[in-house]
Design a protein around this ligand. Structure first.
Ligand SMILES: N[C@@H](CCC(=O)N[C@@H](CS)C(=O)NCC(=O)O)C(=O)O
Length: 220
């Protein structure tokens, strides 16, 4: 069955899925939402958020649901640790990125801050850096409390937590000027992951719709 990923090069939730697809060596087609347009995409995914995965004529929205589908249908290599508590901890770590950080940094939230609440760019930048710092502080402490100082978040190989963490760190560094110096454990894991082929393949610069530089969506 052909898998088609609807994403765009900047889509950090899509980057999580791209990393998983690369780690599991799953072939897929890539459709750029920027190229087909949001009106067309909304007909495919009524949530109007990227990514979505199309399997035959069926669509899965939400990166977590897509990742769970991939883990169930392509169990090797596993992305989650074998130990049930570690598995739950890896999921909890990842969920903090998804729900407590990413959900409030996306462009629709920034647009509402600006157009709905009158917040100017400086205020929005402040919002971004504040919530990135709060989120990374919690993740850094979770890493500090691990029973073993693994090279990756929850093991000897990159997995579920790493593929959530790395796109969020990359976005903070390249797009929102986030100071990562208070987070040495996160920084160490970031450095361990960014040179791995699966993580490189998933970066914005490697996507077919990458325009040659990162272009931040406008507040409009
Ligand atoms: N919880 C969703 C978040 C998806 C999401 O917010 N994606 C962003 C791009 S990273 C998006 O589509 N934003 C469009 C917008 O904010 O209007 C997931 O994990 O898939």
């Amino acid at each position: 069955m052909t898998l088609t990923l609807y994403s765009n090069y900047l889509n950090s939730a899509g980057e999580r899925v791209r990393i998983a697809l690369a780690l599991k060596q799953i072939n897929y087609d890539y459709i750029s939402v920027g190229q087909i347009g949001w009106e067309a995409y909304e007909k495919i995914n009524p949530q109007r958020l990227m990514p979505a995965l199309k399997i035959g004529d069926r669509i899965i929205p939400q990166s977590t649901a897509i990742l769970e589908y991939l883990e169930e249908t392509h169990p090797n290599p596993p992305l989650l640790p074998a130990d049930p508590v570690l598995r739950a901890q890896a999921r909890g770590f990842a969920q903090h990125v998804v729900s407590e950080m990413h959900a409030i940094d996306v462009i629709r939230v920034r647009r509402f801050l600006h157009h709905g609440l009158g917040v100017e760019q400086d205020g929005i930048d402040h919002w971004q850096r504040h919530w990135f710092a709060v989120g990374f502080a919690a993740l850094e402490e979770l890493l500090r409390r691990r029973p073993t100082a693994w090279p990756y978040c929850f093991g000897e190989a990159p997995g579920w937590a790493d593929l959530h963490l790395i796109p969020q760190v990359a976005k903070g560094l390249t797009r929102f000027n986030v100071d990562m110096s208070p987070f040495p454990l996160i920084d160490g894991i970031f450095k361990a992951c960014v040179d791995l082929p699966a993580f490189i393949a998933a970066t914005p610069a490697q996507q077919p719709d990458y325009p040659g530089k990162l272009v931040e969506p406008e507040l409009r």
